[in-house]
Design a protein around this ligand. Structure first.
Ligand SMILES: [Ca+2]
Length: 426
């Protein structure tokens, strides 16, 4: 999807880990910087409307919005008849807090020996389907199996809540984003009207992420794929449909057939960290000429794609060269920690090595610390795109400028050390 520009890196993202299915955290994380409706595959945002306070008010709003979403008002009333709110869902939405984790901690949590083993088993078990899915969509099978393992633990942790009930409850009772939930509810009704699944079988997380792939309803309507040919896009019951749906999404996000996502690298002494600016997308030869080598003595990759340098933990942590296939995984969930977990788990399932360079032991920054960092950079006349605790590309550029001014490696990485330096500088 070349027309879709990557949004400023959500680094709520880099540290955002919720005890929730990941695509839900993605959907919610995106509400911070961009309307979630802008997510790839999502519908056009509905016009602003007041939050409904009762089921009748919700149905009236849905009636008005249904035709534009391609949903018949009849299905709205049929499915929502007898609806009762699910108070637990409201509690989950309200109590949702960020669990601050570094990228290293996040990967340790997700890329476990058990998940690698399960993934290898699935790779063998699903080989026939993966042959066909890979052939059709061009997306690397190891990345697909890894994504499956992280989203739903290979289909075994899909969520057990009735999605319509959860979304309708949130559309009434979550005052922070009623339109987001209502838009997803309409998309869920559209799925039911088309006949892919019965309302009572449409299960998912408290926030509406569904099936093997943990698709939100809007994503389902763009990318769900009936791969086993039974006439239903069944991402709940059919692993083949799930894998093909995920592949369809990743392929539409720009995945290049026959390529991997990138490689861990080692940087030479005296490396110019200003080159870690994400806008520096260069052929692999450019990086080799600057002394960059594959980590662990691995062979230099033979990719024709341009790569950028990714330093998820700053100059002192592991370094990666990543290409547009990594960006395609980021379309699924904009957290660098997420995309790296999928990419690395895929590598491990394929039998490749663990990450060589140790993750720094520096703690994660709390949101308040990130906001203070932004405020102090702003006070110095730098543009951070707001003091919202989300380290986007503007904040990273500001950090680089500050690092350059004080003679530090320009890795653009926010840290408590850097914040301490800002506090102590007049
Ligand atoms: Ca099917």
């Amino acid at each position: 999807m070349s027309g879709v520009q990557r949004k400023s890196c959500s680094c709520a993202a880099a540290v955002l880990t919720l005890l929730l299915p990941l695509s839900v955290s993605a959907a919610l994380a995106q509400t911070a910087k961009q309307p979630p409706q802008q997510r790839l595959g999502a519908p056009t945002p509905p016009p602003p409307a007041p939050a409904p306070r009762t089921l009748d008010e919700l149905i009236a709003l849905l009636d008005a919005e249904a035709p534009k979403a391609g949903v018949s008002p009849a299905i709205v009333r049929k499915v929502l008849a007898g609806f009762e709110r699910e108070p637990e869902v409201v509690g989950l939405a309200a109590s949702q807090t960020e669990h601050e984790r570094t990228v290293g901690q996040y990967l340790t949590l997700l890329v476990t020996p058990e998940r690698i083993e399960l993934g290898r088993g699935k790779l063998a078990e699903m080989a026939g389907v993966l042959d066909k899915v890979e052939s059709r969509f061009g997306v690397d099978r190891h990345v697909l199996v890894a994504l499956w393992g992280i989203e739903s633990r290979f289909g075994t942790a899909q969520g057990t809540r009735p999605v319509i009930r959860a979304l309708a409850t949130l559309a009434i009772d979550d005052p922070r984003r009623p339109q987001f939930w209502r838009a997803e509810l309409l998309q869920a009704l559209k799925i039911i009207e088309r006949g892919d699944i019965a309302p009572e079988q449409m299960l998912g997380s408290w926030a509406g992420a569904m099936g093997h792939t943990q698709f939100m309803p809007s994503t389902f309507n763009r990318f769900a794929f009936d791969f086993d040919g039974d006439g239903r896009r069944d991402i709940w019951g059919s692993a083949a449909d799930g894998l093909a749906s995920a592949a369809n999404y990743i392929a539409h996000s720009g995945w290049q057939r026959g390529e991997t996502w990138g490689v861990e690298v080692v940087l030479p002494d005296g490396f110019d960290f200003a080159l870690s600016d994400p806008r520096t997308m260069k052929p692999l030869e450019f990086w080799r000429e600057r002394g960059v080598s594959a980590a662990g003595g691995a062979a230099w990759p033979a990719s024709k794609l341009e790569h950028r340098l990714l330093l998820p933990a700053g100059a002192k942590g592991p370094a990666f060269l990543v290409n547009r296939n990594f960006t395609a995984v980021l379309r699924y969930n904009p957290a660098v920690s997420y995309a790296l977990a999928v990419a690395h788990l895929g590598d491990r399932i394929a039998g490749r090595a663990a990450i060589h360079t140790a993750w720094p032991s520096t703690p994660a920054m709390a949101r308040a610390d990130r906001q203070e960092l932004q405020q102090r950079l702003t006070d110095r006349g730098m543009e951070t795109g707001g003091v919202d605790g989300i380290i986007g590309s503007l904040t990273r550029t500001a950090i680089r400028a500050y690092q350059k001014a004080i003679g530090q490696a320009e890795d653009g990485h926010p840290s408590l050390d850097l914040l301490e330096r800002l506090r102590n500088e007049p």
